[in-house]
Design a protein around this ligand. Structure first.
Ligand code: CMP
Length: 447
């Protein structure tokens, strides 16, 4: 019978992986405890061992039929899947599926029992799959990677501490000289000893009394010193990366502030620059959209730009009902720009090299001396088109009333668009003509 290759990302496969992971974690916790408390190798334990082996054998069958990704390509070819599995996870999975207790119970002796328990530890190697399984869970992509790293770090620390505690319990000869400890207290005291030793705190209230204990303590202390450094380094790194955008932004702010102070920039200007950066952070988390997009291939860039700029397309009336090709052409050539309150975006009489579309905020169209306001333009409006259409100097000054999120379109692209899309050319010419007449009339009146 031909079994089709299993897709690694199906709901059922991911659920199975999670089940295997939970089972392995349970074994990791239970087996060392069985070993330390020297539970008898009875029927219940043998059934437990048998069930685990059966589940792990089923896992080998499933894994050896699961397609895998190679450089983002899904490999479904049976032979390749099998070879890949044999090379990678099979040795670990085979060891984990071995019914150690059952086989070794056939040759009962205290030494065999020890071997059976120790061999069971090999099953823990399956835990190494944890990273892969978490990566496959779709929702995990929505979690902050630093949060996943931190959780995994804590998980490994707890597992290591549990194993060390169990090992300490198994060699600890005099746990409660005066008051014999019960099972829970003994585990708790051992765990406490492990944590104080690993974190290099070492209160010394629990200390080695035999040679074996002393050697064990020396080893754990040496591991602890290394592990402590490793953990602290990792935590510092994770915390620094929790909000990488924020830390990069703060770094940039520090550089800017130092520069402004060094150059003795006036206080007002410094405040304005500070406000601008605050706005940049509030409105786009400090990211410069165009620098991120420039690395993408054109089709991907178009899709992302269309998504990011869908707001402006919906807002600008002259874009409404335009064909898709026109929208794409415009979108790909729009450059985001921010103006702060009071900025002169365009100055009357200057030569125009670009026009602007307002996404957020508003501007005043004013006379040269800024005494007369001809019009106020808000979100969805555009300005600066007259100079481009007529190749004439700007016919008015434009002042930002508040923070303005705009998109600029340069003259060359604008000219090309006019030629390729005559309908747009007609609309924008009509609008420009109307505005020019209106402003000229007002200018005459005010003379
Ligand atoms: P331009 O001449 O390139 O630069 C100044 C801009 O102000 C102009 O293009 C128009 O976009 C805009 N403008 C001028 N007069 C008006 C008006 N009456 N109403 C709206 N916008 C105007």
């Amino acid at each position: 019978m031909k079994i089709p290759a299993i897709h690694p990302d199906t709901h059922q496969k991911i659920s199975w992986d999670i089940f295997i992971l939970i089972l392995t974690i349970a074994i990791t916790i239970i087996i060392p405890l069985i070993m330390v408390y020297q539970l008898p190798l009875n029927g219940l334990l043998l059934i437990f061992d048998f069930c685990i082996s059966m589940i792990f054998i089923a896992d080998i069958l499933i894994e050896s039929h699961t397609a895998y990704f190679e450089q983002r390509e899904l490999i479904r070819h049976k032979e390749s899947i099998f070879k890949n599995y044999l090379k990678k996870a099979f040795p670990i999975d085979l060891l984990a599926a071995f019914p150690f207790f059952m086989i070794l119970s056939l040759f009962p002796s205290p030494l065999m029992l020890q071997i059976a328990f120790l061999s069971n530890i090999l099953r823990l190697a399956k835990l190494l799959r944890i990273g892969r399984t978490i990566g496959r869970i779709r929702n995990s992509k929505r979690l902050n990677p630093s949060f996943i790293r931190m959780s995994l770090l804590i998980f490994w620390i707890l597992i290591a501490a549990h194993l060390i505690s169990c090992a300490w319990m198994s060699i600890w000869e005099n746990p409660g000289a005066l008051n014999p400890l019960n099972a829970e207290s003994m585990y708790l005291r051992s765990f406490y000893w492990t944590v104080t030793t690993l974190t290099t705190i070492g209160y010394g209230d629990i200390s080695p009394s035999t040679n074996l204990e002393t050697i064990f303590v020396i080893i754990i202390e040496l591991i602890g010193a290394g592990m402590y450094g490793f953990i602290i380094g990792n935590i510092a790194n994770i915390i620094a990366n929790i909000d990488i955008a924020k830390s990069q932004y703060q770094e940039k702010m520090e550089k800017v502030t130092t520069f402004l102070r060094y150059k003795n920039i006036p206080h007002d200007l410094k405040n304005k620059i500070g406000d601008y950066y605050d706005y940049l952070w509030d409105s786009r988390r400090g990211y410069d959209e165009s620098s991120i997009l420039q690395d993408l291939p054109k089709p991907l860039k178009t899709s992302v730009s269309l998504f990011l700029n869908r707001g402006i397309i919906q807002k600008v009336p002259i874009f409404q009902g335009a064909n898709e090709e026109f929208i794409k052409e415009i979108i790909l050539n729009l450059q985001p720009v921010i103006f702060t309150p009071g900025d002169s975006v365009v100055i009357k009489g200057e030569i125009g090299y670009e026009m602007y579309f307002i996404s957020r905020g508003s501007v005043d169209v004013v006379s040269e001396d800024e005494s007369v306001v001809y019009a106020t333009l808000g979100s969805g409006s555009f300005f600066g088109e007259i100079a481009l259409l007529l190749s004439a100097p700007r016919n008015a000054t434009i002042k930002a009333k508040d923070y303005c999120d705009c998109y600029s379109l340069d003259k060359d692209t604008f000219d090309q668009i006019l030629v390729r899309f005559p309908e747009f050319a007609v609309k924008i010419r009509e609008m420009a003509e109307k505005r020019r007449a209106e402003t000229e009339e007002k200018q005459k009146k005010n003379k």
